[in-house]
Design a protein around this ligand. Sequence first.
Ligand code: KG4
Ligand code: ZN
Length: 387
Amino acid sequence: MPDAHILGIETSCDETGAAVVRSGQEILSNVVASQIATHQPYGGVVPELASREHLRAIVPVVRQALAEAGQTYASVDAIAVTQGPGLAGALLVGISFAKALAFALEKPLVAVNHLEGHIHAVLLEQRLGENADLHFPVLALVVSGGHTHLYLAQVHENLWTYRNIGHTRDDAAGEAFDKVAKLLGLGYPGGPIIDGLAPHGDPHAVKFQISQIKHPDRRDQKQGDHRQFPAEDGPHFDFSYSGIKTAVLRYVETRNLKPAIEARHRALAGIDKPAVEDIRGLCDRQTLNLVASFQRSMVNDLVMKTLAAAREYDVRTLFVSGGVAANRELRATFEREAGMQGLPVFFPSRALSTDNAAMIAAAAFPKFLRGEFVAMDFCAEAGMALR
Ligand code: KG4
Ligand code: ZN
């Protein structure tokens, strides 16, 4: 197998990433410029601001990734870039830059689906560890701020193929973490904050019901629509997280928690980069119990649906990836429950769970080996499906 140094570029959402990965296996550099401080005052990603921040960061981030890897523009073998899904304006910054580099340097250009990148973040580290437990078919749960998807993954002669067997009907799991944190005046992004607070509350204090979806997705049956995930044969395991967000809102209203939330919001606005301990100091027991109960319900739903799909499709290995895969309770619950089914489960390290460009460079390697390059007229695809 030839050695290849691939420069990966990722700008699909609110992180500007560049990385150099050798032959899909060895991370030589992985630079991520986070935009958290920019979006924090709004409690969520503002697309126009994200594009502007990518424009500001892209050149220094790519230069730093090359320098840290001991590489130059001339020495890399290919450029890989996220094509979608993501924010159109944000994707365009990375794509335009990657096209310009590939054109000027006369290097091949590889387009990567962001979701495939998340799946390859697991593979990247498993290959590094020479893990012998990797058997196919693999079931991958990609769970982040924009996505909650289940894919069956197969590989044949470096051609990876994916089949979607579940997706969220409304909010993504990470979006629910972010919205609930915002609703409770805890700050942004919500996932890591709730992860840090939940162990201090009682997860049985508040009972939440998460929708169990039995009927097929009507959007899949409409003719001629721009559906992201066409219906395929076999059972689907869909998710729904907008209901639990509404249930938290109702709890807040009926228990009259609003004044305490507003006071917390004001207090946090006065602290520069508040740590979880600062936030915890501003939460009463009722709020900590609410947070712990919310996280427990989310985790149980994600784990139980994924394991039901794993049994139905008789998979041999489970991957859990994407920003929410950094969640400690999610990891522990998956390990315990999958272990009871005798199913090996793999996560990326916490740093590779959230958006980064090493996963894009890693996912590009099998395409590089197959000569799957894109022409200069390829476009960003905000709603890109993974197949
Ligand atoms: O993969 P990612 O960086 O970006 C997307 O592709 O969306 O995921 C970001 C999401 C955010 O919603 C964030 O709140 C969530 O992942 N997240 C977490 C944790 N760390 C990040 N959710 C739960 N627990 C965490 N520790
Ligand atoms: Zn992502």
